[in-house]
Design a protein around this ligand. Structure first.
Ligand code: C6P
Length: 404
């Protein structure tokens, strides 16, 4: 991988922040956008902009064709069986809310359970928790070990508790752990339990094959895969999506409306309300093509090298406490400096031009289990370099000197 060439594709990386060259290590929160993605958006507004699936005029037809072609690109990217199994949403959070609300409405009853894990992002806890409350169902939690791996010692017992849905993250946004989702899906399916995978953190780092995985639902956000904010994808097996009621009403999801009664459109439109985010959808297509040009495997291997290097370097500093040391993990490093508040480290790093995230990372229950209020989190993408990691390590050393 030629990182110099790759970095030239990302205009935002070439600037000073607080008088220092920007070192962007907050890729788990959102990734930066390559010029081709930015160009795809401006090109859409300069040459096509029209409402898709509505007018008969030429530009409207082009917008519709391009949108549907992007849907096919996403379908192939995650190897979905059918094009109509790809639903465009606002992002991971909306995708999970859509499934939680419609699934609960149809299939969750008093005394049933929904199984999640202890390392979920709030977006994969609260929608299920609220539905469980409404339906007098139980929210069960797969525990997490100190290493950051899921504790599967009691998994069969958990599955036996009237579980109607397993909703679990592929990769933890705090610990970086890659969960054994194939095993969990197999176990759930043995009991006819459907599975939703939160792929927010995996889609840009691992090759996703929904047919091989055999998940029933999978959600992700475009902005974590080099595309814009406010757009994302829900994948669902047709048989499941057909069984769920509509989530919201209006727009392309309508088939026929009378004041007395309405009928609804088929998949995928049944779940797509209002004017679609056409520029965002086209930008996802370009981001996918951009990642594929570099190679998903090459990206994963390179990021793993960065993780190994950064872990070794950080480990050389006294009083570093790592959170998340699973063997199978992506390039996310969560840590604390003994007796130092994570935010203080973040502020000093920021003054040095280094962007990391600090806090609970929208995973408060996990923080409680770890007995901490938050972590410093550095997360890497394929445009990051060893030199940037050296700057980051020096930054942590400076913070340690100033704060301890
Ligand atoms: N995590 C982070 O800094 P949205 O906001 O809908 O695009 O994604 C929500 C979400 C759901 N699941 C996981 C595993 C996630 O990591 C996230 C987003 C970011 O860790 C922003 S809070």
């Amino acid at each position: 991988m030629d990182t110099t060439l790759i970095r030239n594709d990302f205009p935002i990386l070439h600037q000073n922040v607080n008088g220092k060259p920007l070192v962007y290590l907050d890729n788990t929160a959102t990734t930066q956008k390559p010029q081709v993605v930015i160009d795809r958006i401006s090109d859409y507004y300069e040459t096509i902009n029209s409402n898709a699936h509505r007018g008969t005029h030429t530009l409207g037809r082009i917008a519709t064709e391009k949108l549907e072609s992007a849907r096919t690109t996403v379908q192939k990217f995650i190897n979905a069986k059918e094009q109509h199994e790809i639903i465009f949403t606002k992002g991971t959070t909306e995708g999970i809310n859509l499934v939680a609300q419609t699934f609960a409405q149809q299939f969750l009853n008093e005394g049933d359970s929904v199984l999640i894990s202890a390392m979920e992002h709030h977006a994969n806890i609260v929608p299920w928790q609220q539905m469980c409350k409404q339906k007098k169902a139980n929210l069960l939690v797969i525990p997490v070990l100190e290493t950051g791996d899921l504790d599967l010692s009691n998994i069969d017992e958990l599955f036996s508790k009237n579980v109607k849905m397993l909703a679990v993250t592929h990769i933890s946004n705090v610990l970086g752990t890659i969960n054994p989702i194939e095993l969990l899906i197999e176990k759930a399916h043995a009991k006819n339990i459907p599975v939703l995978i939160d792929a927010a953190q995996s889609v840009a780092h691992e090759t996703i094959d929904v047919q091989k995985m055999d998940c029933d639902f999978l959600v992700f956000s475009a902005h974590k895969m080099y595309a814009p904010m406010g757009i994302g994808v829900l994948y669902g097996k047709s048989e499941w999506l057909n069984k769920l009621p509509p989530y919201q009403f209006g727009g392309e999801m309508i088939s026929e409306v009378r004041f007395e009664e309405s009928t609804f459109n088929e998949l995928p439109y049944k779940f797509e309300t209002g004017t679609p985010n056409v520029d965002g959808i086209l930008a996802i297509e370009t981001a996918i093509q951009y990642m594929q040009k570099i190679g998903l495997k090459q990206i994963a291997d390179y990021e793993h090298k960065l993780l190994t290097y950064a872990t070794e370097k950080l480990n050389e500093i006294d009083d570093i406490i790592f959170h998340g040391t699973a063997k199978n993990k992506i390039a996310v490093l969560s840590f604390n400096l003994k007796d130092v508040h994570h935010s203080d480290v973040g502020v000093i790093l920021d003054q040095l031009g280094i962007a990391v995230r600090t806090g609970d990372h929208c995973a408060q229950p996990l923080m409680r289990i770890l007995g901490i209020s938050g972590t410093v989190r550095a997360s890497f993408a394929f445009y990051n370099t060893k030199e940037e990691i050296d700057v980051f390590i020096e930054g942590v050393k400076t913070a340690k000197k100033m704060l301890q």
